[in-house]
Design a protein around this ligand. Structure first.
Ligand SMILES: NC(=O)c1ccc[n+]([C@@H]2O[C@H](COP(=O)([O-])OP(=O)(O)OC[C@H]3O[C@@H](n4cnc5c(N)ncnc54)[C@H](O)[C@@H]3O)[C@@H](O)[C@H]2O)c1
Length: 387
């Protein structure tokens, strides 16, 4: 494939265009907003200059990368592209109209992909006459740095299109995983308890936020604590994803959003970007220290980890992806210290089931139901296998 199109020059589209250009493709990058295009060009220039300063790329290489990207406001410039990745606003109606318009411009063999985080690929594909050419190619932010890419075939997508897209993304040095077209795909589904259970532990008054973060980092081995990570992502964004996953799963209590997060978002305490979230980033000294109680800390880690493992096992139970891809997704997409299914094998599936059953017995809430696959494998003494 020579020529790649990227629609939307925001955070994701700019990053994806950079990745494609770094891999030798001619890239057409479009946006309806000329100012955004200019900003995108400028920020790529900065990134490239930094790479030269650090000695990672030569001046000639970075100039060639930049020269390969053509910026435009016109969709008609996408004629001649062989793959287009759409990264515009997260609205189904807008995406559908863009996909329908694109089909009038490109050749019959051009693959059309969406970088959507939460919309159904089948719905987007339904806007096209040749819907077998449409699939999801979901990058993580920032796209040039995060290795994971989720590839999501819709029910309409042809096998040939799926394989061609996957091979191309692999050839870019990315780690691709294939996920079913279901809410949150792999990462945004399996990661929900990292936030949700931490918020619940806080709301029950079991521990405060710094102590939960301390436990997950110090004892759990995670790079960031749940509250630090929510502040980093933005409470508005993280809350919106949780709410949309909850609704998309027909209000399954496992994904229930939290009032604490809602109120923080409503208060404008969005996290780092607004100077204040769960933590205060302008007056750091006002943040309470963590209670470094190892017994309490281990309880917190065990509870959140049991919920994460259960979610990963359930994703496998519903054939959302293979065991190997579920573990790769969590280590390469959100930097978990271990794949959750491998972690379950290490802990022992019996212990994971017991942790879930203990929570269920205490709360009698469907939120804490153990995945049938986790229970079945534990009963049969079978570990998760990654063949
Ligand atoms: N931000 C993330 O962390 C992240 C991660 C993975 C996937 N995504 C998904 O990627 C997509 C883009 O997200 P983002 O964070 O880059 O958004 P963004 O708001 O930074 O950028 C979107 C860009 O699309 C442009 N745009 C809107 N309508 C357009 C149209 N009809 N034609 C051309 N350009 C148009 C806007 O002007 C804007 O520049 C969304 O679908 C989002 O769900 C985001």
């Amino acid at each position: 494939m020579k020529k790649i199109g990227v629609i939307g020059a925001g955070a994701m589209g700019s990053g994806i265009a950079q990745v494609a250009a770094q891999n030798g493709h001619e890239v057409i990058l479009s946006d309806t907003n000329e100012g955004t295009l200019a900003k995108s060009k400028k920020s790529l220039e900065k990134v490239m200059n930094r790479l030269v300063e650090k000695g990672r790329r030569t001046q000639e290489e970075t100039e060639a990368i930049q020269a390969r990207i053509q910026y435009t406001t016109e969709l008609k410039d996408f004629a001649g592209t062989e793959l287009i990745i759409e990264a515009i606003v997260e609205r189904l109606d807008v995406k559908k109209s863009v996909f329908a318009a694109l089909e009038q411009i490109v050749s019959d063999t051009c693959i059309l992909a969406s970088n959507t985080s939460s919309l159904s690929i089948a719905s987007i594909a339904s806007a096209c006459q040749q819907s077998s050419r449409v699939l999801g190619i979901h990058f993580f932010n920032p796209a040039p740095l995060m290795p994971l890419v989720e590839i999501i075939p819709a029910v309409q997508t042809s096998d040939a299109v799926l394989h061609e897209a996957k091979n191309l993304i692999d050839s870019w040095g990315k780690v691709s995983v294939v996920a079913k077209d279901t809410p949150g795909f792999i990462v945004n589904r399996v990661a929900r308890p990292f936030y949700g259970e931490a918020l619940r532990i806080y709301e029950e008054g079991i521990a405060d936020m710094p102590s939960i973060d301390w436990a997950m980092k110090q004892l759990g081995g995670f790079r960031m604590g749940p509250f630090e990570l929510m502040d980093f992502i933005g409470n508005d964004i993280n809350y919106a994803v949780t709410e949309s996953v909850f609704q998309a799963f027909y209000n399954d209590p496992r994904y229930k959003p939290s009032f604490t997060q809602k109120r923080h978002a409503e208060a404008g305490w969005l996290g780092r970007k607004s100077g204040r979230g769960y933590y205060n980033y302008t007056e750091v000294s006002t943040n309470a220290p963590a209670n470094e109680d190892e017994v309490l800390g281990q309880k917190i880690v065990d509870r959140i980890l049991a919920m994460l493992i259960n979610e990963a096992a359930d994703a496998l139970f519903w054939n959302i992806a293979s065991a190997k891809d579920i573990d790769l997704a969590m280590t390469k997409g959100v930097n978990y210290p271990k794949g959750l299914l491998a972690w379950a094998n290490e802990i022992g599936l019996d212990r994971c089931v017991a942790a879930m059953d203990e929570l269920y017995d205490e709360y009698r809430e469907d939120r804490y139901r153990c995945s049938p696959l986790l229970r079945r494998n534990a009963a049969q003494g079978v570990s998760f296998s990654f063949d």
